[in-house]
Design a protein around this ligand. Structure first.
Ligand SMILES: Cc1cc2nc3c(=O)[nH]c(=O)nc-3n(C[C@H](O)[C@H](O)[C@H](O)COP(=O)(O)O)c2cc1C
Length: 325
C-alpha cells in the first residue's frame, strides 16, 4: 500500500516521469504490466495555459489511464498554481512539482533543479499550488544543487518545510543537480528524510534498473515507495517482476523473444497512432534500442532497428527478428 494523500495505491511503486518517453503509449504499457500509477514527462507551467497543449499525446490524460499524474515546472507561484488548476480540471489525478530537472536550458531559465537553492520560493510555489487544487500534490527533488554544505542546507530547508506543511509525498532522486545522471544515487540521503519524517510518504528514485534493485532499495532504505524510471524504458516487464518479488514469489521467466516482439509491435502501433507518420519511426528508435537489449542478437537487432526507415519497414524488421505477428 502506498498513500499519496487521498490516493492510495495497492503497490509501493509507480512509473516515474521521463520527459520525451512517458507519453500515452508508455503510460498505457506501464499500466498494462502492473504500474499502479504513471506520470507525464515534465511540462512547463505556461504551456498548460494553451488548451490545445493538453490534447497532445504526451500531455493528455484519457479515461483509460487513471490514475495518472501530471508534472509541472516553473518559477512563478502564480503560474504554477494556475497550471496545477488547469491540469486537475483536465482530469489528472495528482500534481507533481519538479524541482529536480538538471537540463542546462532549464537551469539557465532558473527552473527545475535550479530552484533547490531557493527554498523560500519552492515552499511558496508549493503552498500556492496546494491551495489551488484538491488532488494530491507531490514534489520531485534532487538532494541539492551540488555537494556543497550550503546546497545540502537548502535541500534540508525544503524538505523540512514541505514535511511540516504535510505534503502528500516527496519523490527524491538521490543525486545532486550537477551530477546529472553520473555516479551513484545516494540512498542514505533519501533514507534520512524518511527517518526524520516517518509520517510523510517518501518515494526514492535512482539507479533502479532492475526489479531486484528496486526491491532491495525498498527494503533497505525504509522508503514508502520507489519510482521506476530508466528501468522501465523498453522494459515494461519490470513491473510484473516487481510485483512477483514483492509478493515473495520467484521472478517470472523472462519474456520469450516472441512476447518481446508482440510488445514491441504493440508499442510501435500505439506510437504510430499518436504521432504523424513520418515522425513515428524516428521517435520510436530510442525505445527500440532499449527493447533490443533482451534479444539474444542484441547488436544486430539494434543496428537494424536503428537504421530502418518507414513505418512498414519497422514492422517487418520486428517480425523478422522476433517472429511476432
Ligand atoms: C531521459 C530522462 C528524462 C527524465 N525526465 C524527467 C522528468 O520529466 N521529470 C522528472 O521528475 N524526472 C525525470 N527524469 C528523472 C527520472 O524520473 C529519475 O528520477 C532518474 O532517472 C533516476 O532514476 P533511474 O536512475 O532509476 O533512472 C528523467 C530521466 C531521464 C533519464
Amino acid at each position: 500500500m502506498l498513500r499519496l494523500g487521498t490516493l492510495e495505491l495497492s503497490k509501493p511503486y509507480f512509473q516515474a516521469s521521463l520527459s520525451g518517453y512517458t507519453d500515452r503509449a508508455m503510460r498505457l504499457l506501464g499500466k498494462e504490466f502492473g504500474a499502479p500509477l504513471t506520470f507525464t514527462g515534465v511540462m512547463l507551467d505556461k504551456m498548460t495555459l494553451h488548451p490545445t497543449v493538453l490534447k497532445r499525446p504526451d500531455f493528455s490524460a484519457q479515461e483509460d489511464e487513471h490514475p495518472v499524474g501530471a508534472q509541472i515546472m516553473g518559477s512563478s507561484a502564480g503560474l504554477m498554481s494556475r497550471a496545477a488548476k488547469n491540469l486537475e480540471a483536465a482530469g489528472y489525478d495528482l500534481i507533481d512539482l519538479n524541482f529536480a530537472c538538471p537540463a542546462p536550458k532549464v537551469l539557465r531559465r532558473e527552473r527545475g533543479g535550479y530552484l533547490l537553492n531557493q527554498p523560500e520560493l519552492v515552499l511558496e510555489i508549493y503552498r500556492r499550488v496546494r491551495e489551488a487544487v484538491r488532488c494530491p500534490v507531490l514534489m520531485k527533488l534532487r538532494i541539492g544543487v551540488d555537494g556543497s554544505e550550503a546546497a545540502r542546507e537548502n535541500f534540508r530547508r525544503i524538505y523540512e518545510g514541505a514535511c511540516e506543511e504535510g505534503i502528500d509525498a516527496l519523490v527524491i532522486h538521490g543525486r545532486t543537480v550537477d551530477q546529472k545522471y553520473k555516479g551513484h544515487a545516494d540512498w542514505d540521503m533519501v533514507a534520512e528524510v524518511k527517518r526524520r519524517y516517518p509520517r510523510i510518504t517518501v518515494i526514492g528514485s535512482g539507479d533502479l534498473m532492475t526489479a531486484e534493485a528496486a526491491v532491495e532499495r525498498l527494503r533497505s532504505s525504509g522508503v514508502d515507495g520507489v519510482a521506476i524510471a530508466r528501468g522501465a524504458i523498453g522494459n515494461p516487464w519490470i513491473f510484473r517482476e516487481l510485483d512477483c518479488l514483492l509478493r515473495g514469489r520467484p521472478k517470472p521467466e523472462p519474456p520469450s523473444v516472441t512476447e518481446q516482439g508482440e510488445v514491441l509491435l504493440k508499442h510501435f502501433n500505439m506510437v504510430t497512432q499518436l504521432y504523424a507518420r513520418r515522425k513515428a519511426f524516428l521517435y520510436f528508435r530510442k525505445f527500440a534500442v532499449r527493447y533490443s537489449r533482451r534479444h539474444p542478437h542484441r547488436k544486430a537487432v539494434q543496428l537494424d532497428l536503428m537504421t530502418v526507415k518507414g513505418e512498414q519497414a519497422v514492422r517487418d524488421k520486428i517480425r523478422q527478428w522476433y517472429g511476432a505477428d
